[in-house]
Design a protein around this ligand. Structure first.
Ligand code: FCB
Length: 387
């Protein structure tokens, strides 16, 4: 089968994970021991992939391969490094990124918030405070000049993971495998911020949505109720909040089976990726269907991929995930694009070891080397068909 006309084929990144030297953000403070961290930090982000300077080359590689879209985030901590102090030069920087994408024929999808916060925001406000809602609305307005002729804007990346991480009292549970539940106040503020931001974006003629991490919560026989309960604060609240949005971003990597004691450990023989997650390409179809059932909103796959040193497994995984997208489309689900995670190997929140990239790079020189999976996905894009 072919994919619908105009289906977007792309790759995603997040500013903090590829730019380097995002020194005014809360993550930078954590990486250097100046703030508590929800997960262990193996190495700081440092220069990351230096995509702050090398983005034209990165985007060109995607476009040359045949991709038609690039999702990236703009960094609030650069644009507003101190409260109320806006850097016009940084706005210009992101504006140039949008222009570069357009010049290369890549439809830009811009994320306003991808996990990192300005250090001042984390210190003085935080997502536990209802003041976060207005401040994020104000940041959305500040960012509008970057977004001229950008249609697709993602307000907040994985708000469910932000709410889960905020439940720091359950940090030990997180480290031992199962995800804590979403923090209720943080959840409410994130939904409020999404609403305020979306309405500003809509008034400016944009299509607004947010991207949700789906975990394919699958019930062991007899534990359907437990699985539903498990998914509620961790996922469903956020899928439900997307009802009425222009679109939703679905992000999927692996599954979680739920049994008598909650999440069931991954069986010893199962294939695991470099993040330790079970190799399970079916996660994407599961996430798309769950979202569609709950909110009926058009779907963009905003992240899907695999951390591996074996690029052939990346191709297999992605092909498997795309077969699921084909089945979803055949059933009438309105899926409008597939943006792979990730364009580049990157800083995976504490470590550079899990390599998700279609493009690798030399840690000394930053020289890029596209992997076979980039050419493969570009071929899919050019055919607008998996095979
Ligand atoms: C998602 C994040 C993204 C990346 C992938 C592997 O949770 O949105 O930044 O870390 O996982």
């Amino acid at each position: 089968m072919t994919f619908p006309n105009g289906f977007l084929w792309g790759a995603s990144t997040a500013a903090h994970q590829v730019e380097g030297n995002n020194v005014s953000s809360d993550w930078w403070l954590r990486e250097h021991g100046h703030a508590p961290s929800p997960s262990p930090i193996e190495s700081p982000s440092g220069d990351a992939a230096d995509s702050y300077h090398r983005y034209p080359e990165d985007m060109r590689m995607l476009a040359d391969a045949g991709l038609t879209s690039y999702r990236f985030s703009i960094e609030w901590a650069r644009i507003e490094p101190e409260k109320g102090c806006v850097s016009l030069a940084q706005l210009d920087h992101y504006r140039r990124m949008v222009d570069t994408a357009r010049d290369l024929g890549l439809t830009p999808m811009v994320t306003l918030h991808h996990f990192t916060n300005p250090a001042w925001f984390a210190r003085e406000v935080g997502w536990h405070s209802p003041r976060a809602v207005d401040l994020f609305g104000r940041f959305t307005e500040t960012a509008l000049p970057v977004l001229t002729d950008v249609e697709l804007v993602c307000t907040i990346n994985e708000p469910n993971m932000v709410a889960i991480m905020a439940n720091s009292e359950e940090r030990d549970a997180f480290l031992s495998g199962g995800l804590p539940s979403g923090h209720p106040v943080v959840t409410e503020n994130l939904i409020g911020a999404h609403r305020v931001s979306s309405s500003i974006l809509r008034s400016a003629g944009k299509q607004a949505g947010w991207s949700v991490a789906t975990q394919a919560y699958q019930a062991e026989p007899g534990f359907e109720g437990a699985a539903a309960e498990h998914g509620r604060s961790r996922e469903d609240v956020f899928l439900d909040a997307a009802a009425g949005d222009d679109w939703i971003g679905i992000q999927a990597y692996t599954r979680t089976k739920i049994g008598a004691d909650g999440p069931v450990p991954i069986p010893a023989g199962a294939e695991r990726t470099l993040t330790g997650w079970e190799y399970y390409p079916g996660a994407l179809e599961f996430g798309i269907r769950r979202s569609w059932e709950r909110n009926g909103v058009p779907v963009y796959v905003t992240e899907n991929g695999i951390a591996t040193a074996d690029d052939a497994r990346r191709i297999d995984y992605t092909a498997g995930a795309l077969e699921g997208v084909e089945r979803a489309l055949a059933d009438g689900i309105d899926v409008r694009g597939y943006l792979h995670w990730s364009a580049l190997d990157n800083y995976e929140w504490g470590s550079f070891r899990p390599t998700f990239g279609l493009i690798g790079w030399d840690p000394e020189t930053f020289e890029r080397s596209p992997k076979p999976s980039l050419a493969w996905l570009g071929g899919v894009a050019r055919r607008n068909a998996l095979r």
